[in-house]
Design a binder for this molecule. Structure first.
Ligand code: CO
Ligand code: ZN
Length: 331
């Protein structure tokens, strides 16, 4: 699975520009189902299983897109100014590298600061692509880049950019590989534009009209030096979301997931997140409403170029979701 994770995280795919990552995922999953489509928003939707007595129509989503930047201005000396695609923090940018969709690379740095311990604002950051004039610079206003940082295997723990949410994508691909029998009609959705406001999940949930919804995404942890208070730790199991700032998971679904984890003796944690949300919110609020929840992969340093996950959590998330999809769900 590590090999697949590396391929996924090293592929470029900022929100709205998911072509490359979608092609890669499509390649990986085409052997599991013949029922594959790409909708107008670019979501990759794969159907597996047919509804048998007691079964449900389930939508399960992981987003393909990642955070990135978009060029707003090129000055006479070829320095680029930019704005963000999704929740990028200025402090995580300085000294980092970006890779443009057209293959060019650049370095992010900052203007001279009045005080060394102040965090700069985005207006004070620029990108240097190694050119000396606007004329010579092949990057133009509107060009898009993602962060560039290789995958690192630390053994039990893995580090890369875009673990949010390529690790969720990897979990779904692995679940599809192992899913043999299900009484449910399952729609796997590899969604687009999550980082800019769960847009792909909004339209795909409407189209699928599911009876039950689940997203698979990352959640930050509270286990690093002087981190925020949060009862989720890396390596303590997948987190069953109870709440984030965009949704309250359906309590019946939370109970059902907890029951499965306990029956299968899988480690799990309960997640109460004070900021952010996932594709599950869009599923929950589609049409006349859908019971929805989320299985989160604990992840340190979310939205930095070095996001860290634990392989045990990843494998246990696969087991939990596989068990969830393999049985009838009675809420
Ligand atoms: Co994110
Ligand atoms: Zn995410």
């Amino acid at each position: 699975m590590k090999e697949l994770i590396q391929k996924l995280v090293e592929t470029t795919g900022p929100s709205g520009y998911e072509d490359q990552i979608r092609d890669l995922v499509k390649n990986q999953i085409s052997k599991f189902s013949k029922d594959i489509k790409v909708d107008p928003m670019g979501n990759l939707i794969v159907r597996m299983g047919a509804k048998k007595p007691g079964g449900s129509r389930i939508m399960i989503a992981a987003h393909m897109d990642e955070i990135g930047i978009i060029v707003t201005h090129v000055d006479d000396n070829g320095f680029l100014r930019f704005t963000t695609i999704g929740g990028v923090r200025a402090a995580n940018c300085i000294g980092g590298r970006v890779k443009f969709l057209n293959g060019h690379s650049g370095v992010i740095y900052m203007e001279k600061m009045e005080s060394a311990d102040r965090v700069p604002s985005f207006e004070q950051l620029y990108i240097d692509c190694g050119y000396t004039s606007a004329k010579e610079c092949p990057i133009k206003v509107g060009d898009i880049a993602s962060f560039d940082r290789p995958f690192v295997d630390l053994g039990k723990r893995l580090v890369a950019k875009a673990m949010d949410d390529r690790i969720g994508v990897a979990v779904l691909v692995e679940v599809m590989r192992q899913l043999k029998n299900t009484p449910n009609e399952v729609f796997f959705v590899f969604s687009t534009q999550e980082e800019v406001g769960i847009r792909g999940a909004t339209t795909s949930a409407f189209g699928i009209d599911p009876e039950i919804g689940l997203s698979v995404d990352v959640t930050p942890t509270g286990d690093t030096p002087k981190s925020m208070k949060m009862a989720v730790s890396l390596g303590n199991g997948p987190a069953i979301k109870v709440r984030d700032s965009g949704m309250l998971s359906d309590p019946r679904l939370v109970r059902h997931l907890v029951k499965i984890a306990e029956e299968k003796k899988l480690p799990y944690q309960l997640e109460v997140l004070e900021m952010g949300t996932t594709d599950a919110r869009a599923i929950q609020l589609t049409r006349s409403g859908v019971p929805a929840g989320c299985v989160s992969i604990p992840c340190r340093y979310v939205h930095s170029p070095s996001e860290m996950v634990d392989m045990d959590d990843v494998e246990n998330a696969v087991k939990l979701i596989l068990a969830f999809l393999s049985e009838p769900i009675e809420l």
